[in-house]
Design a protein around this ligand. Structure first.
Ligand code: SF4
Length: 434
């Protein structure tokens, strides 16, 4: 299916915004009502036009492939990329910043070349998964939080910084908005928020402890209140117990180096609350296609990312197979990196790298992103901007269809990776014939 040929949505048609884990689908692309969404669309403007990526506006050209810093025809770039992949002894497929179809194609490529796969922002994803594997957990969907929550506690960060419409989506239409508490030191949260013209207070609670200690003390205040000396945490524990439906919101990527421990502690706390009442977690993560890549890789292989396709089959190791560690240890000899969203930047280094990114990445290549001497760049479209597709929302139960907003003729990641697979097949056939 050539999804890049799909018609862009009209200016009055609802569009699914792909730029944060919420995947808002209730506004038009021309007026998303969100500064993050508008900034992301502007950041994806094609360099040669110099114009922002106005919804449904035709763009002049789709960007060129580059090899060692020089423009080359796409066919040549695909040929060279396939030769590099064919010759690599231990390739790494990193980033995975695209959609469902891209993840399916990348998994097929990993199986074909015996690669290690890891996602951009893989560390918080891996820590959250490990906590889930060790302890399990209770989570709620966006709709459940909106319908039921009467107390929302944001732990360790103010999530609206990265998902600006979160509280609008949780509070809109509520006759009685939930109480909102922000727990943690150094969190920059507003004193109140306004949704549908109505203000709701945001209470801050900074216990003067690091986050793992704060989570442990709150757990203590809940389970053995007489042993917790912090009165404010004791009071919060009482409110959590008294709530009809308490929801803890956290962003795995904002919980620090010990995110897994914090998440385990929070899930323990939620489990305790559920013995006598109702509570759930709402983890907000997996942006830029990470949750989607994790889901697709797991469907297809039975294992999450940070998995290697090796001579003895699939091998998953959440610690050893991280992009950062593999690159630092020089354990891979070729990097193929996919990042189609504006905040995604490929790792630097002196090993050969094949980069699949939006044309706007060209401006950073050779400057902020280091050398281009062993770099092959293939411009690709962004799902939900240049072509349709599907992404998994942060609550992992909803997969939303995406619609393009402009008339660029960029191939998708899936089309590009499938073209690489075809080139690899051609190389195999040549070897057999020789
Ligand atoms: S909150 Fe997130 S998904 Fe919603 S419009 Fe803003 S960036 Fe897009």
């Amino acid at each position: 299916m050539t999804r890049s040929a799909a018609e862009p949505v009209g200016t009055s048609t609802p569009w699914t915004c792909p730029f944060c884990p919420l995947l808002c689908d209730d506004r038009e692309a021309a007026a998303p009502g969100c500064a993050r969404s508008e900034a992301a669309l502007a950041a994806l403007a094609v360099p040669s036009t110099g114009a922002p990526a106005a919804p449904a506006a035709p763009a002049a050209h789709a960007g060129h492939a580059r090899l060692h810093g020089q423009p080359v025809p796409r066919e040549q770039a695909l040929r060279v990329a396939a030769e590099w992949l064919h010759a690599a002894r231990q390739p790494l497929l990193a980033g995975w910043g695209s959609d469902v179809a891209a993840a399916r194609a990348l998994y097929a490529l990993a199986c074909r070349i015996g690669a290690i796969s890891d996602v951009c922002g893989g560390e918080p994803l891996a820590q959250a998964l490990r906590a889930q594997q060790d302890r399990g957990g209770y989570t709620a969907t966006l709709a459940e939080v909106r319908r039921n929550a009467d107390l929302i506690v944001c732990v360790g960060s103010w999530p609206a910084e990265r998902a600006p419409r979160l509280f609008e989506r949780l509070l809109a239409g509520r006759e009685q908005p939930p109480a909102i508490v922000v727990l943690g030191d150094g969190v920059d949260a507003p004193r109140s928020i306004t949704v549908e013209g109505r203000g709701t207070d945001v209470e801050g609670l900074a216990p003067g402890q690091d986050l793992p200690t704060t989570a442990a003390l709150l757990h203590l205040a809940l389970t053995r209140p007489q042993r917790c000396a912090d009165e404010r945490l004791g009071a919060l524990a009482e409110r959590l117990k008294a709530a009809r439906y308490a929801v803890l919101v956290w962003e795995p990527g904002q919980l620090g180096a010990h995110a897994g421990l914090v998440i385990e502690r929070l899930q323990g706390l939620i489990g305790r609350l559920n013995l006598s009442g109702r509570a759930a977690g709402f983890p907000l993560g997996g942006a830029d296609g990470a949750a989607t890549a994790q889901a697709v890789h797991t469907w297809l292989s039975g294992l999450p990312l940070r998995t290697r396709v090796g001579p003895h089959g699939l091998e998953h190791d959440a610690l050893r197979l991280s992009t950062e560690r593999l690159l630092a240890d020089r354990a891979v000899d070729l990097l193929l990196w996919v990042g189609t969203f504006p905040d995604q930047r490929p790792p630097d280094g002196d090993r050969p790298r094949i980069l699949l990114g939006p044309p706007s990445l060209v401006g950073a290549l050779g400057h902020a992103l280091g050398h281009e001497s062993a770099t092959l760049f293939l411009p690709v479209g962004t799902p939900g901007v240049d072509h349709g597709g599907h992404l998994v929302r942060c609550d992992s139960v909803v997969m939303l269809p995406l619609q393009p907003v402009r008339h660029l003729t960029l191939p998708s990641v899936a089309e590009t990776v499938n073209a690489l697979l075809a080139e690899l097949q051609r190389l195999d056939a040549m070897e057999v014939a020789a």
